[in-house]
Ligand binder design. Structure first.
Ligand SMILES: [Zn+2]
Length: 312
């Protein structure tokens, strides 16, 4: 599956015909999004700018109530993953079409049927066909000005998704085609300092892994995210170690890119045994791993991540 309409390239967001009376949903502040909306040439719209990272279901329900009866024609998710996830969930609740426009490139969320929403302060990864965008707009216009840290974490996420997605048990020749192409483009973008290729690579990664799945690297990463490490950052070591465990064809290349981006070693507050107990029930990722994973394997991988430096 992929969005019915994909607009990609320079000026894609300024040439798109936005329906009147759309509701723009964003996490950014007026000084930034007013410039964006001006570029997009969007007129007659409503805006909701109170979305915070890791959006809660309560926020989504509040937006639904606030705009009920206002004949909103489309939701426009403008920003990082959180803005898009809110739109995805809202679209499922109301049936109103959604247009997703990433401004940081890496998650590929504009292409997938996944959404991350918090329930009772716990992040939950959900998947539903109803989360799929009606249109996705990928325009490198939004790339300049992205802080280095966000750029590198996003790029690492896209590379991890492409390579884990390639190795996933759910993969097929069609998803592998996208994952392979995505990895080649992202690898070239980072190793040869061609950042303007990142949006395209991330978009292809979203189509590829979004129709297969991520695997052991992502499963390992969540215990670090739970302790506050950004998602993409934690994947640098986690996916490297997972690729080594899986004897992935991408092990060396993935590690080289992480070295170039200067990621450092991760630490973990909880014991390896406790962390492994948190990871083991994550069947969504582990069951799709190309090799069966035991609790002892998880402990060994975590040991390599925190006690040796897998990126050295
Ligand atoms: Zn990811």
């Amino acid at each position: 599956m992929m969005p019915r309409k994909i607009a990609y390239g320079a000026n894609a967001a300024s040439e798109f015909q936005y329906p009147e009376n759309s509701l723009v949903i964003t996490t950014t502040t007026p000084d930034i999004y007013e410039k964006w909306l001006n570029y997009m040439g969007i007129k007659k719209y409503e805006i909701y700018d109170k979305v915070t990272p890791d959006p809660a279901i309560e926020t989504i329900e509040e937006i639904k109530r606030k705009y009920e009866g206002k004949q909103i024609s489309a939701y426009i998710g403008l920003g990082g993953g959180s803005s898009m996830d809110v739109c995805k969930y809202l679209g499922k609740l109301t049936g109103i079409p959604k247009i997703l426009i990433p401004t940081t490139f890496g998650t590929g969320a504009e292409m997938t049927t996944y959404a991350v929403v918090s329930f009772d302060h716990k992040k939950k990864l959900l998947q539903d066909e109803a989360f799929l965008a009606d249109a996705a707009i990928v325009d490198p216009y939004f790339l300049p000005g992205t802080p280095f840290n966000i750029m590198r974490n996003s790029a690492c996420d896209a590379l991890a998704q492409a390579s884990e997605g390639y190795d996933s048990k759910l993969g097929n020749p069609f998803t592998k085609l996208f994952c392979k192409e995505a990895f080649d483009i992202l690898d070239n973008a980072i190793m040869n300092d061609k950042n303007d290729l990142l949006p395209y690579g991330a978009m292809l990664s979203g189509i590829g892994f979004g129709n297969s799945s991520t695997t052991l690297g992502h499963a390992l990463s969540y215990v670090f995210s739970n302790e506050g490490v950004p998602h993409g950052y934690s994947l640098s070591s986690c996916t490297t170690v997972a690729h080594k465990f899986n004897k992935s064809a991408y092990y060396e290349r993935f590690k080289k890119v992480c070295q170039k981006l200067k990621f450092e070693r991760l630490t973990l507050k909880q014991s390896l045994d406790e962390a492994a107990d948190v990871i083991m029930p994550d069947r969504g990722h582990l069951d799709n791993n190309p090799i069966e994973v035991t609790k002892q394997d998880i402990v060994n991988c975590l040991d390599e991540i925190v006690n040796k430096n897998p990126l050295q």
